[in-house]
Design a protein. Structure first.
Length: 329
C-alpha cells in the first residue's frame, strides 16, 4: 500500500497513459503549467508541449479540437476547469461527440475523455460550484464517471482513456487533497461497476462523489444507534450498475440516495425510479432522497455550509425511512 491523494492519482494515471500510448495527449487551459488544481503538473516537462497543449479560454474550441482529434485516431484528454463552464461546450459534446458513432453508422468513434471539476465548499459562489452530472446522464452516447476515491479515480481514468466512446469524468474539488492508502499500481476499474464500501442489513445508502464519505460517516453514527447501513458507491452513472443496487435493496428493504447536486431533477431521482421498478416488492418504505435545496449556491461561508447536504442530512433521511412501517397484512 502507498499513500496518495485523489489529485496525485489523476496526475500519475495521465502520465502512465501518455508514456504507454503516444496517441494520448492532454489539452486545456494552462495544462502545461499544471492546470488550476495541479492535475497535469510535470507532464509538459516530461512529455513535451506537443502533447500537453495550452488552449485559449474557449470551452467550445477545446472540445471541438478534441472531438476532431479523437475521430482522427488520437486519444485526447481535455480539461474543462469547472463543470459550470461545460455549458459553453454542450453543443460540441451533446450534438457532435455523443452522436458521431450513431450518425455515422458505426464508422466513427470518439475516444476522448473530458475531465471536469464539480462541487461546492470552496466559496466559489453560484457560477463555480455546481454539480451538473444529471444533465450529462440524459445524453445517449456519453458515459459519465464520478469517482469518490483516489483508487477509483486512477482505475476509472485509465479505463476511460482506453474506452472507444466519449467519457465525461467528473471530479470533486474538495476531494483532491484528501490522503488515502491505495494499492501500488491499481488496475483499471471496469466502467459501470459499483463498489460496496460498507456492509449492513437495515438500509442501503447509495451516494455519489463527495457524499460517499459523508454516507460512511453517517453509517458510523447510525451504527451507534443499532442501525447497520450498507453504503454503495456507483462510481459510474452511465452505465449504472443497477444490479448491484437492487441486490443490496433486496436484502435491506430500504434505500436512501444522496448527492451534492440539487435534489430536484438530480440523478438520485433516476436511481429511485429504476429501483422501485426493479425491486418494488422488496421495498418496505419509500425511497429517501438527499440533495441540495432548489437555489443557487451562496458565496457566504455560513450560507454555503448550511446549503450543502452532508452526514446530518443522510442520518435524518435514514431515520425517516426507518420510521416508515412495511405495508401489508
Amino acid at each position: 500500500m502507498a499513500e496518495t491523494t485523489y489529485i496525485k492519482a489523476i496526475t500519475s494515471t495521465l502520465a502512465d497513459a501518455m508514456r504507454a500510448d503516444e496517441r494520448v495527449f492532454v489539452l486545456g487551459e494552462d495544462v502545461a503549467e499544471g492546470g488550476p488544481y495541479t492535475a497535469t503538473v510535470g507532464l509538459a516537462e516530461e512529455i513535451g508541449t506537443e502533447r500537453v497543449i495550452n488552449t485559449p479560454i474557449s470551452e467550445a474550441a477545446i472540445t471541438g479540437v478534441a472531438i476532431g482529434a479523437a475521430q482522427s485516431g488520437l486519444r485526447p484528454v481535455l480539461e474543462i476547469m469547472f463543470v459550470d463552464f461545460i455549458t459553453l461546450a454542450l453543443d460540441q459534446l451533446v450534438n457532435a461527440a455523443a452522436k458521431a458513432h450513431f450518425m455515422s453508422g458505426g464508422q466513427l468513434t470518439v475516444p476522448m475523455v473530458l475531465r471536469t471539476q464539480g462541487g461546492a465548499g470552496q466559496r466559489g459562489a453560484a457560477q463555480h460550484s455546481q454539480s451538473l452530472e444529471s444533465w450529462l446522464t440524459h445524453v445517449p452516447g456519453l458515459k459519465v464517471v464520478m469517482p469518490s476515491r483516489a483508487v477509483d479515480a486512477a482505475g476509472l481514468l485509465a479505463a476511460a482513456i482506453a474506452d472507444p466512446n466519449p467519457v465525461v469524468f467528473i471530479e470533486n474539488k474538495t476531494l483532491y487533497f484528501r490522503k488515502e492508502e491505495v494499492p501500488e499500481g491499481p488496475a483499471p476499474v471496469r466502467i459501470g461497476q459499483a463498489v460496496t464500501l460498507r456492509k449492513g442489513g437495515d438500509v442501503t445508502i447509495v451516494a455519489l462523489s463527495r457524499l460517499v464519505h459523508d454516507a460512511l460517516a453517517a453509517a458510523e453514527r447510525l451504527a451507534a444507534e443499532g442501525v447497520e447501513a450498507e453504503v454503495l458507491d456507483p462510481r459510474t452513472l452511465v452505465p449504472l450498475d443497477l444490479e448491484a443496487i437492487v441486490e443490496s435493496v433486496k436484502r435491506t428493504g430500504r434505500l436512501v440516495v444522496a448527492h451534492e447536486a440539487v435534489e430536484h431533477g438530480g440523478f438520485g431521482a433516476e436511481i429511485a425510479a429504476q429501483v422501485q421498478r426493479a425491486a418494488f416488492d422488496f421495498l418496505d418504505a419509500p425511497v429517501g432522497r438527499v440533495g441540495a435545496p432548489f437555489a443557487p449556491i451562496p458565496f457566504s461561508a455560513p450560507l454555503e455550509d448550511a446549503y450543502l447536504p452532508g452526514a446530518d442530512e443522510i442520518v435524518a433521511a435514514v431515520r425517516a425511512t426507518l420510521s416508515d412501517k412495511p405495508s401489508g397484512p
